[in-house]
Write a protein that binds this ligand. Structure first.
Ligand SMILES: C[S@@+](CC[C@H](N)C(=O)[O-])C[C@H]1O[C@@H](n2cnc3c(N)ncnc32)[C@H](O)[C@@H]1O
Length: 226
């Protein structure tokens, strides 16, 4: 069943700062229009119940969607933007959800200890180049438990007009002040395939455009169970 997206988004509204509604409107629009969280939830439902590390979690919308879909595994969200982590922590406190935490962390400088599933949603493009992305992919794959899934949403650098629109909107997000950094490098399909093959992961690449003009893909790479 689809969660009540308004009720979830209200957790991002600070009752003492009711005029400041940007996080509420952002959460509401993402929850209502972006197929991402439903896609992640379906990918997780089809695997073992393991702790989740959400890298570049932003304000933590994924956690609220997952819990509303009855995923009760432990959750850690990290992001290098301290403002977003503060919002995520406040929304978590308002929600009363248990077994979850948010912390500031720069994925380019290392990841917290973890064993389970790993999500990285709309983040890879902020790393400077393929080498940095590959180093982070190695670290994320090290943190997969047997049967654990690495769930990535990313634009792919394939020269399509969708790819060009994705880059332009990312740049505008920086100009509007929503994003702290400009996107730097979109991965190529062959780069991801080679990395997953090196680690013997089974993989699934699904175009994930929804009703958007973006070149988004949902990539699920699973570690063997034994
Ligand atoms: C487009 S937002 C996606 C937020 C969240 N994953 C979601 O889908 O709801 C990208 C996020 O990646 C974070 N980010 C970018 N580079 C990062 C890095 N090196 N380490 C941690 N977070 C990073 C940004 O601060 C931002 O919150």
């Amino acid at each position: 069943m689809t969660p009540d997206t308004r009720e979830l988004a209200l957790r991002f509204l600070n009752p003492e700062r009711r005029f400041d509604r940007q996080y509420y409107y952002y959460a509401r629009s993402k929850l209502a229009t972006d197929p991402l969280y439903g896609g992640v939830s379906r990918a997780l439902a089809d695997g073992p119940n393991l702790p989740i590390l959400d890298i570049g979690c932003g304000i933590g919308i994924l956690l609220h969607w997952l819990r509303a879909q009855h995923h009760d595994a432990a959750y850690i969200g990290t992001d290098f933007d301290a403002r977003k982590i503060e919002q995520a922590q406040q929304a978590l406190a308002r929600s009363g959800l248990a077994n979850a935490r948010f912390e500031v962390g720069d994925a380019a400088r290392g990841l917290p200890p973890h064993s389970g599933h790993v999500c990285i949603l709309d983040v890879l493009q902020f790393l400077p180049d393929a080498a940095a992305q590959n180093a982070l992919l190695d670290q994320m794959i090290e943190r997969l438990a047997p049967g654990g899934k690495l769930i990535i949403r990313t634009g792919l650098n394939d020269g399509s007009s969708r790819a060009k629109i994705t880059v332009t909107v990312d740049r505008l997000s920086k100009l509007w002040g929503w994003m702290r950094a400009l996107p730097q490098h979109y991965p190529e399909l062959a780069q991801l395939e080679a990395k997953f093959a090196e680690h013997r992961l089974t993989t699934e690449f699904t175009p994930f455009y929804g009703k958007t003009p973006f070149n988004n893909w949902l990539v699920v790479a699973q570690k063997p169970k034994d």
